[in-house]
Structures are given as C-alpha cells and as structure tokens.
Design a protein around this ligand. Sequence first.
Ligand code: RB5
Length: 149
Amino acid sequence: MIALGCDHGGYNLMVAIKAYLKKKRIAYRDYGTDSEESVDYPVYAYKVAKAVAEGDCDCGILCCGTGIGISMAANKVKGIRAAVVSNAFGAEMTRRHNHANILCMGGRVIEPEQAVEFTEIFLNTPEEGGRHDKRVAMITAIENGTFEG
Ligand code: RB5
C-alpha cells in the first residue's frame, strides 16, 4: 500500500501519479490535497509520514512545488527517509543506497510524465543492503540521539 500526499504546488504531479497507479492496479491511500487551492504542505507530509512510519503503508509519495518543504516536514517523523528526486538516477539510487521510504517531487520542477517515470523506478528498485545497511543505521542512530560519530 502506497501513501500519497501533496499540496497545491504538487497537485499536477499527483494527478498523473494516481492515474499511473490505477492503470497498473497498484493500491494506494490518498491523503490529499484534492485541488490546486492553497494549503499547508506540512499537513500532508505528516499524514503520509505517519502512515509509513507506523506501517499502515509500505512507502509514500509526496509532492509540493519544489519537493523540498514537504520532504523536510516528512523527515521530522521518526523512521522516515524522504528523498527529493528530480532525475531517474536519483530515483533509483535513493532506494538502492539510502533505502528511502518516501519519494518527494516538485510540481514546479519536473513534468508529470517525469514524476510517473521516477515513481515507477522508485517502486521497482530494491534496497541494496550490504554496506548501505550500516550507513542507513547511522542515519537512524543520529535520529535516535545514539550516534557516536
Ligand atoms: C507553496 O507555494 C510552496 O511553498 C510549496 O509547494 C513547496 O514548494 C514548499 O517547499
């Protein structure tokens, strides 16, 4: 199950992403927003991040104007690794190496077709594990205040 959320600046991307997921019969839960009317992106970041962190959803996709604000807010939730992506390489590598659990994109940065492409890559790329497990564990230690550098 994929958690979806956006603000008005990312709504155009989310329309395309939802159409793609529907076509592929991939299950998602839509946490809004549902129009281009101005809203506050932390509201949607928090809903999606909580759903992923609590295990209600396997991963998430968040879109705002840049992808940046919504990723910052999502990354404040324990257990979340939200990555802003604007190219295919990033979409792949953030899964392989950073074990990202939320993909973030900007509606004022990329086109809807690119958002669909990056979504497809993100959803189909596995975590690489191995040496990256250790590095991701370090991120978690920083989050938990137990990192000893
Ligand atoms: C909203 O105008 C805009 O600030 C928001 O979508 C996002 O880009 C924030 O990072």
